[in-house]
Design a protein around this ligand. Structure first.
Ligand SMILES: [Zn+2]
Length: 232
């Protein structure tokens, strides 16, 4: 298992490069590009949330709980009475905290379903949905945000898998094959629910075509080339 620092760096470097390209290509504003970078790094830490007391778990839980409270307060700030916004913030704080505890207890086995490809897809599509519905991002930007999270997640799984190959001895450690997988044979029902969840979220998400079209378009490539040409 690769350690925490390797995971953060391993996700941060490609995320920074990709975010830079996305901004240069005019796909996202610098702000959204920065958020994408953050999501990529988050994705690199996310898979280890199933290890109860790991560093990423504590950081992530703290961030998620505070983020949920802030989001609840902001959402109600304009239309509701201040005390209601405050109460909602506290409620969100408690709900997310308790919910996350229960969630990790349910996942329980480290290297269980969380370290799987469908879980990587699930968290990404969830971001697409939140980005488009709650933050009203255009489909291209919303999908890009989701791809960053899933990308960071995949980097984590790949690093875990790499670290279970003993390069010097040229043999596989026992943990090989436990990180990059399509599901869990011991948790068939949960695996099925996971796939159903991915399909449901994709169905609710904005179409991905504009994202694919924009990312592969000549205009984007030309914008990136132009941005690089500005450097001597
Ligand atoms: Zn891991």
């Amino acid at each position: 298992m690769a350690n925490f620092r390797v995971h953060v760096l391993g996700a941060a470097i490609p995320s920074a490069l990709a975010a830079g390209l996305a901004i240069a290509g005019g796909l996202v504003t610098p702000l959204v590009g920065g958020v994408c970078f953050g999501l990529g790094v988050l994705g690199g830490m996310l898979p280890d949330i199933d290890a109860e007391s790991s560093v990423p778990t504590r950081i992530l839980f703290g961030a998620l709980v505070v983020g949920a409270a802030a989001a609840a307060a902001l959402a109600l700030y304009d239309d509701a009475a201040p005390w209601l916004a405050a109460a909602a913030a506290v409620a969100a704080f408690v709900a997310v905290r308790v919910g996350l505890r229960g969630f990790t207890a349910w996942l329980c086995v480290h290297r269980g379903l969380v370290h799987s490809l469908p879980f990587a897809a699930l968290v990404g599509v969830a971001v697409v949905l939140v980005a488009s519905r709650a933050f009203h991002l255009a489909p291209t930007q919303a999908w890009l945000a989701g791809v960053f999270l899933t990308g960071g997640f995949l980097v984590h799984l790949a690093l875990d898998e790499l670290s279970s190959v003993d390069l010097l001895g040229a043999r596989m450690k026992r943990s090989f094959g436990t990180a990059l997988k399509l599901g869990s044979r011991r948790q068939l029902l949960a695996t099925a629910v996971l796939y159903a969840g991915v399909i449901a979220l994709v169905a609710m998400s904005p179409p991905a075509d504009p994202f694919v079209r924009d990312v592969t378009s000549k205009r984007t490539r030309a914008a990136i080339a132009a941005a690089f040409a500005r450097f001597p």
